[in-house]
Design a protein around this ligand. Structure first.
Ligand code: ZN
Length: 148
């Protein structure tokens, strides 16, 4: 397999440049923010990175990332042992990446695939996250005085 072909295949497996991700990119662009894509130097290769603001947006597919109580996060009927293990590892990996990023002072927003079904509320959510200074709701900061 050629490197180009392999990388195209890997990008599909890793869920890069998916329809949900393109939707989020369009929203963020329309809001007037600039970002970098798929930064490999950061844990989890975040989808959208706002370096100056130290913010990150992940666009998560509900199935692979196991969106809690979401109808898309079903478990296939066959090969249940295989799937359960795979899902457990996926979740674990996400948690590790998230913890590392937050430790390094990044503010992280996860946009779930199913949330994009209502573009308006998705836009609001993204806008609130990006315009907010200081701590995001996903980050618990022990000392409020340390906020800029
Ligand atoms: Zn979902």
């Amino acid at each position: 397999m050629s490197p180009a072909k392999r990388s195209a295949l890997m990008s599909r497996i890793r869920g890069k440049n998916t329809v949900p991700e393109m939707t989020v990119r369009r929203i963020v662009h329309a809001l007037g923010y600039r970002y970098r894509l798929h930064c490999r130097d950061l844990p989890g290769t975040p989808d959208l990175v706002f370096r100056r603001m130290k913010k990150i947006i992940f666009v998560h597919g509900c199935f692979w990332h196991r969106h809690q109580d979401c109808k898309y996060a079903y478990t296939p009927k066959s090969r249940q042992v295989f799937w359960r293990k795979k899902f457990r590892l996926n979740k674990q990996r996400d948690l590790v990446h998230m913890a590392r990023l937050k430790n390094d002072g990044w503010r992280v927003l996860v946009v779930w695939e199913c949330e994009l079904a209502s573009p308006k509320s998705a836009t609001n959510k993204i806008n609130r996250f990006l315009e907010r200074r200081g701590s995001a709701s996903t980050v618990v900061r022990p000392c409020p005085r340390s906020a800029p």
